[in-house]
Design a protein around this ligand. Sequence first.
Ligand SMILES: NC(=O)c1ccc[n+]([C@@H]2O[C@H](COP(=O)([O-])OP(=O)(O)OC[C@H]3O[C@@H](n4cnc5c(N)ncnc54)[C@H](O)[C@@H]3O)[C@@H](O)[C@H]2O)c1
Length: 486
Amino acid sequence: MITAVLVGAGNRGKDAYGAWALENSHRLKFAAVAEPLTARREAFAAAHGLPPERCYPGWEELFAAGRMADICFIATQDRLHTAPALAALELGYHVLLEKPMAVTEADCRRLVEASEKAGRQLRVAHVLRYTRFFQTIKAAVAGGLIGRIVNINHSENVSYWHFAHSYVRGNWRRADESSPIVLAKTCHDLDLIYWLIGAPALKVSSFGGLFFYRPENAPPGAAKRCLEGCPHLDICLWAAPRIYLKAEPLLQIGTRSRYFHNRLLAGAALRCPGLVNGLGRLYSPLKTLGNWDQWPVSTITDAPSSREAKLQALREGPYGRCVFFCDNDVNDHQVVNMEFAGGATASLTLHGFASSEGRWIRIEGTGGTLFGKLTTEHQEIIVYDHHQVRKKLLLDLDLDLRGHGGGDEGLMESLMASLDGASSSPEGPEVLTSARASLESHLLAFAADRSQHEDRIVYMDEMRHSACHPEHLACHPERSEGSLEK
Ligand SMILES: NC(=O)c1ccc[n+]([C@@H]2O[C@H](COP(=O)([O-])OP(=O)(O)OC[C@H]3O[C@@H](n4cnc5c(N)ncnc54)[C@H](O)[C@@H]3O)[C@@H](O)[C@H]2O)c1
C-alpha cells in the first residue's frame, strides 16, 4: 500500500488523484490533505476518511507536521508549484507535480536539481505520454515503421467552448496569474514532440496573439454577463447557460459517437434532460447526463448538481461573463516552429476555435508517414509504408471518457509501479516524465514565448545558459534591430 498526502484538493487533486485512490483503495491511501477552502478540504477528508488533525489549511502547515507518507501530490495552481514541491522533496517525499512544473526557467531548474539531490522522484503530470494513443505512436516510431523522423506537424485544437471556459473566463486566462498558454497548455505538446524526436531542440520561432476573444468582437448590444438580459443569449455559442446548465457542447460529443447507444443517450439528454435525469434514479449514469455535474461545471461551483448553485455561479462568478468582456490576455492562437539536433523539424499549432476538440499529428519519416487523430469522440492512427504503399491501421477507438483519454490512469499505474518497486531513482527507466525529462518541453515553451514577444528566432543554447548565440540580443544588446532574424 502506497501512502500519499495531497496539496490542493481542487479539480485535479480531488477528481484525478483523489478519485483514483478511491477506486484503487487497496493500492493508494491518502493520509492527509492541505487545502485552504474549507468546503473542498472537508469534502476530501470525508471521501478519504481523514480525521480533522490530518486536514491542513495550507502546504506550510502540512509540511510543518513532518513527513507522513510516501508521496506528495501537488495540484495547486500554476504559480504555486515550486515552493511546496521543494519543501516536499526536502522532507523526503516523492512528488507528483502538476504541469507546468514551474512558471520560470530558474524555478524549473531548481526543481530538477532538488529532486536529483534528494534522490526522490519528481514526476511531472505530462499525462499524454501515458495514453494508449501516444504510446502506440512512440512504439511505431521506435520500431522503425516510418524510418527516421524528418518532420512532425502537430496541432492542438482546443474547442471553442473549452477555450472560453479555461482561457477566456477561467483560471488560465491571464499570463500574469497563471502562465502563457504556450506553457500552460502546449507544454504537453512540446513534450510529446521532443519525446518522439528524441533529440534536443536547437532553434525556435513563434507567432501568435489574441485574435477573437476581445471587446471589439462582441455582437452589438451584448451584455457584460450572459444572464443580465443579453439579447444574444439564445444564439451565442458561448452563452454560459448553454455550456454550464444544458451542457450542450458536451452532449453533442456523444451525438457524434459511432455507437448507437451513445448517440441515443446523448440525443435524449439534449432534448429531454428532465426525463433523463429522472431515469437516473433507476440507472445512476443517466443522472449526470440529464444534469451535468462533471467538469467543466464542477469548476464553477462546489455544488455542481444544484441548479441554484450553478445559476448563482453564473450570476456572480467569472464563468457568467460575456467572453468578449473578460480580462483575458493569453493568446487564442499560436504557432511554434522548431529545429532539432540531427536536423528534424517540427511545427505546432494551437488554437481555441475547434468544433471537435483534440490533437492531430502527422509524422513524415524517411520510410513512411504516420497520421494520428486523438479527438474527444475518436482515436485513430494510420501508417503508410513507402515500400508497400499500404495503409496500416494501428489504432481505431471510439470516445474515451477517462481523464485525458486514459492518460491520468496511465500516469497513476506507472507511478504506482515505480513506487511499489521501491525505485527511488529519478532517472529510473520507468520514470517517463521525470523533472529532468520535462525540463526540455518547459524550456521550449519559454523559448516560444520569448520568440513571439521579442519577434526573433530563439536559439536553445541561450535557454540552456551555455554558449550564447551571436544573434542573441539579450547577450548582445549592441546589435541593431536590423540584425534580428524574423
Ligand atoms: N496534467 C494535466 O493535463 C492538467 C490538467 C488540468 C490542470 N492541470 C494543472 O493542475 C494544477 C491544478 O489545476 P486545478 O484545475 O486542479 O486547479 P484548482 O484551482 O481547481 O485547484 C487548486 C487548489 O489548490 C488550492 N490551494 C491554493 N493555495 C493552497 C495552499 N497554500 N495549500 C494547499 N492548497 C492550496 C486551491 O484552493 C484549489 O482548491 C494547475 O497547475 C493546472 O495547470 C494539469
